[in-house]
Design a protein around this ligand. Sequence first.
Ligand code: APR
Length: 414
Amino acid sequence: MSHSDHLSCTPAVPREAQSVVFRMESEDTARLQRQSQPAVEQDFKVIKCKAAVLWTPGAPMNIEEIEVAPPRAKEVRIKMVATGICGTDIKSLADKELSQFCPIIMGHEGTGIVESVGEGVSTVKTGDKVIILCLPQCGECNACLTSKNNMCKEIRLSGTHLISESRSRITCRGKMVHQYIATGTFSEYTVIKEISVAKIDEAAHLEKACIIGCGFATGFGAAINSAKVTPGSTCAVFGLGGVGLSVIIGCKIAGAARIIAVDINKDKFAKAKTVGATECISPQDFDNPIQEVLFDMTNGGIDFSFEVTGNPEIVATALASCNKDHGVCVIVGAIASKAQLNISSRLFFSGRSLKGSILGGWKTKDEIPKLVSDYTAKKFSLDPLITHTLALDKVNEAVQLMKNGQCIRSVLLP
Ligand code: APR
């Protein structure tokens, strides 16, 4: 990003927000004076720009002018270039519990360019191409220090939709604006923690790579890391949205011999075959339960099955489709947190297993950039997943396209 790009977003502070903003500016000036040798030239001013703001769950998002304050210690201000709309955004948009966090900027997968960094930031600098990490990697907690999981303790911030204990750096009409999953990517600029952003290749295609940050990494990693799909195996994927198709890509790259794609929407089948499904079936075409159909098709059950619909009832179906002795079922879709699973104990009589997976099991800051490099090296394609690309101010149309099942992934260009 050029310096002139930044200056085009001239600071313009509404009267209500002035006290907050001016306090931040004086603190930042003092900080700058303390820094004897700033690593890069950067401009610590409030940026006035546009974002899609949700004021009430269930209502459309408003395109609003927001003020984005400079990053503080260990924070990064980013000019967003592209952001995908994920199924989780869609579900949350209507979630009444989100009202306590409104106004809020939605969106949590995206790519951009670092505009400025706060004190102590060492892993990215102004001008770097970066990807947003909706699951951070602090590098210090028990989860980050073990190779066994990726559930960084700083994920707790996502529950409050703030980047630190009590604040975001964003205001709108004088009110503090929350950032969905401590990111909030439906915006021209954002400020997030350094642990939630990773530098990616200079050659990365930002408009497409943005979906690697959540949807692709979640599905692809569920196959590669969580299930550990083996060469020659048989897989079944329930739900053929952007995440389910990414699971199929992972199964294929892992060498699965059969990949059976299952969805109630047959319009999804052509795309599933494009990315690697060997067969596609709809439960509605059979009199028998789909798990019995899959058992018959595979002479004893699936090796690896994946629940990617977000429907708790399909967890039991996907598990029952597995081989009774060694089948592994991975829950990939975000199931509502209060939902109960109704699963018969007889399904565990022998050696089946059921497991969860978060963001594909990746150590995000270390490994998501490698996924971006693999994409740049054409080891897989994202083209089949991105069906629509729209300007940020078309955000509500993009949501409607997803809701109508008319698209796999929409990418917004702020
Ligand atoms: N049986 C089979 N397929 C189903 C069923 C069902 N009972 N119910 C829904 N589906 C299919 C839908 O037709 C759709 O194609 O599941 C797919 C879900 O796709 P998307 O809504 O596009 O969701 P996606 O973005 O892929 O995310 C999948 O992961 O991150 C979570 O919240 C997200 O729960 C969602 C899941």
